[in-house]
Design a binder for this molecule. Sequence first.
Ligand SMILES: CC(C)(COP(=O)(O)OP(=O)(O)OC[C@H]1O[C@@H](n2cnc3c(N)ncnc32)[C@H](O)[C@@H]1OP(=O)(O)O)[C@@H](O)C(=O)NCCC(=O)NCCS
Length: 165
Amino acid sequence: MARAEVTLALAIRNLTVDDLPGCGWSGGGLHLDSVAAELDRAALGEVDYVAVCGPAGVPVAIGGVDFAPFSDAGYLWQLAVHPLLQRCGIGTVLVGGLEDRIRARGLSRAELRYEQHLEGNRAFYERLGYTPYGTAPDGWDEQLPGGETRRYETVCVKMRRALPR
Ligand SMILES: CC(C)(COP(=O)(O)OP(=O)(O)OC[C@H]1O[C@@H](n2cnc3c(N)ncnc32)[C@H](O)[C@@H]1OP(=O)(O)O)[C@@H](O)C(=O)NCCC(=O)NCCS
């Protein structure tokens, strides 16, 4: 089998509502509705929501930082890399871009949560210097293939990292 490698130039910019139809890979319709609502909060300055884009300007990863939950830290959430492009380093670029947004507001700590059973997420965040410090119950509505909605309940691990200047 022939093999080839490509280098991808990535840019980080704010996610816009016009990007959303092309972001179905990040979750179902309910998820995109919630991202649209977060873009309204972004317009008010409560959150930053970013897109990591390839050369065509199309998002290949998206995620947000919420400044409401903590007065002294930014809370990273809703991170997603296009499934076809996972484990290429793009998630690392996304977290770095979100951490820059935290620093830009004069804050020096990042917080996040991941679902306890997702060991790959733990490996990803620990590799980036995040430390676990407890667990918390969490839950959200999810859409089933038939279209109906159900409540999903889970346990998340809380992690944080002091951001170097
Ligand atoms: C978690 C996620 C954002 C990571 O982004 P990514 O682009 O795949 O991560 P990177 O390529 O920058 O880093 C990869 C490294 O993280 C760790 N990692 C990531 N996913 C992993 C997995 N499933 N299993 C084990 N290690 C994993 C490994 O150390 C890996 O390095 P390696 O490939 O050399 O072993 C991405 O996989 C994703 O979108 N997952 C689905 C949605 C999700 O879980 N979001 C996070 C919610 S908290």
